[in-house]
Design a protein around this ligand. Sequence first.
Ligand code: SF4
Length: 213
Amino acid sequence: MPAADEKQRIRSIVRALRREYPEPRCGLVHESPFQLLIATILSAQCTDERVNQVTPGLFAKWGAPADLATVPLPLLEDEIRSTGFFRNKARNVRGAAQAIVERHGGEVPATMAELIDLPGVARKTANVVLGIAFAKAEGIVVDTHVTRVSQRLGLSDATDPVKIEQDLMTRLPRSEWIWFGHALIWHGRDTCGARRPACERCALARWCPAARP
Ligand code: SF4
């Protein structure tokens, strides 16, 4: 497709998606950047609904970095067990809290470089925190939904999330970065499911090379 047509196609996708999902919205309940960071770490391989069932109890007991930094691991594991991979997550959650206390004065850092230096934090988690908690567009959230929908829409043919993020950053203006990742997550949940994409009612079907009749 000529470059001008491809740019027009992407603009059309963005416009149609914006009508469906006007604001960047995160499904994880949180009251601070720190709670969002911890909830996002817990959301790996787990649904937001499940995480939202666990975090109120977790944050009621250990809601601040200094509290979580010293909690005994077995207690923490018990508290977050239902989110899956709980041993790893407990180590990462406590490790991130410790690093925030020791290296950042108890405040969640607001740069990509500092965030991905925390235990258990890769670009996806960092982009969620930067975009939602700090309104900073340093990248685009790429999770399993964004991966699948980007591929179907022909926005990336990569499988590596970092490469997909680069493809999306190249194709979209920076002003759309925060919103776009979250919009694709919701579109993947609501319409473009892994097994049965609902192309017949998809607002993007006109511009989607993977649209089924
Ligand atoms: S047309 Fe189908 S495959 Fe394409 S984005 Fe919509 S639901 Fe997904």
